[in-house]
Design a protein around this ligand. Structure first.
Ligand SMILES: Cc1cc2nc3c(=O)[nH]c(=O)nc-3n(C[C@H](O)[C@H](O)[C@H](O)COP(=O)(O)OP(=O)(O)OC[C@H]3O[C@@H](n4cnc5c(N)ncnc54)[C@H](O)[C@@H]3O)c2cc1C
Length: 371
């Protein structure tokens, strides 16, 4: 996106990509259909140590701008849920669109180009094993650490450190959570069970599906909350959002038995999970306070994950180049004129749902228009 915008403005642009093709993450995104933006994008959908930083770029390149591009290229798409836009056919359509626009903007693309070092005298010099690229400006768009097997590297962070820029510690985001051995033995033979919950921690909450995996918890609610989760903190899970599981016992004629309680839980939760959860959290007694306590526990089930599935499985990297180091308008370093950082390598991380691409497009456009 940055190369396209700069190329259209007549800049001579070289894209240096160490992989054998561009945009591998685009190809695997959104289950192969690329959730390329979100209709309801707003700054609250992003985590950053400075929540205001992303506002300017997001306002100057909106989902409507990207959708206009997609429509100009006649790419069929649809809204799946919650404003999430996906390609009807394949993520390849988005990559082809960007490659076509690069060609039209006369951007030169160098694949299999591994940069060994970058130095700066009067201009930037990027050296590979057998070539040197000289340019007055350098834009770092090397992404985060997620999914190393398709080419993620720490190059962007290393370069930032080399030039004395501060980094907010990178950590996996939008990532499944792993339970400790005890909780795994309690829940993980229910692998595949899924239910709608509200997952919360650190003052944030997400109402979406939770999925039990063979090592812990996943599903959109868990992926979303994982970006806010910190080691050794509990997450809280409301297993029955907006519904009172024990309301039936307000009727004095209802027998206060485990069978009745189970059947109430099974109305809202998958049966196997309802039974397991009740086996592990039986009511202390059948008094009103004990039932109220059970109700409360079911709406704020506290579970402390042992960790995450790590960068191997994380959809994004939280943290990155400290936004204090960059101009919010152009993404240029304040300390090192001519050095720009865009996309996921910056300490701006979107929620699940097309927001990370929207940040990549918007920050890329902001830099491209400033080069
Ligand atoms: C499985 C998966 C699914 C996803 N699905 C979605 C989705 O549907 N919607 C959404 O909004 N977001 C999604 N994301 C997140 C999204 O893909 C990223 O946030 C986005 O691609 C970031 O763009 P970027 O340009 O900053 O970095 P990247 O897309 O990661 O691109 C960085 C590029 O730099 C190259 N590179 C790295 N190091 C070097 C180096 N040393 N030298 C040269 N080149 C280098 C890489 O090969 C890569 O091509 C998904 C992520 C994953 C892992």
């Amino acid at each position: 996106m940055c190369a396209i915008e700069a190329g259209k403005r007549g800049r001579r642009v070289a894209v240096l990509e160490h992989a054998d093709r561009l945009g591998k993450k685009i190809l695997i995104s959104g289950g192969g259909r690329c959730n390329f933006t979100n209709l309801h994008c707003h700054p609250g959908n992003f985590l950053s140590s400075n929540p205001h930083f992303a506002k300017s770029a997001l306002a100057r390149y909106t989902p409507a701008d990207f959708i206009a591009r997609v429509e100009k290229h006649r790419i069929p798409y649809h809204e799946k849920t919650l404003g999430q836009l996906f390609c009807d056919r394949s993520a390849r359509d988005i990559l082809s669109m960007l490659e076509e626009e690069c060609r039209a903007a006369e951007v030169s693309i160098f694949l299999n180009t591994k940069i060994k070092e970058v130095s700066r005298t009067t201009e930037f010099v990027a050296r590979t094993a057998d070539a040197e690229f000289h340019a007055p400006v350098l834009v770092v768009a090397t992404g985060g650490l997620s999914i190393p097997k398709i080419g993620a590297t720490s190059f962007g962070y290393d370069l930032a450190r080399q030039f004395g820029l501060k980094i907010r510690e990178p950590r996996p985001g939008l990532v499944p959570l792993v339970l400790d051995a005890d909780d795994r033995s309690r829940y993980c033979n229910l692998t595949g069970v899924s239910t709608e919950v509200i997952a919360s921690c650190d003052g944030q909450q997400f109402r979406e599906k939770m999925l039990i995996t063979h090592r812990g918890l996943s599903g959109p609610a868990i992926l979303q909350i994982s970006s806010y989760w910190r080691e050794s903190e509990p997450i809280r899970i409301d297993l029955a959002p907006g519904t009172a599981l024990t309301a039936i016992f307000h009727d004095p004629k209802t027998p206060r038995t485990l069978t009745t309680l189970r059947s109430e839980f099974r109305k809202l939760l998958p049966a196997r999970f309802a039974d397991r959860w009740l086996d592990l959290h039986p009511p202390a007694s059948w008094t009103n306070p004990a039932l109220a306590d059970l109700e409360q526990q079911a709406h704020a089930w506290a579970i402390t994950p042992a960790g995450t599935e790590g960068f191997e499985k994380a959809e994004v990297t939280c943290g990155g180049i400290d936004t204090d180091e960059l101009s919010a308008k152009t993404m240029e370093s304040r300390k090192v004129p001519g050095l720009f950082f865009i996309g996921e390598v910056v300490d701006v991380t979107g929620h699940l749902g097309g927001f990370n691409f929207q940040w990549a497009w918007a920050s890329g456009a902001a830099a491209g228009r400033a080069l």
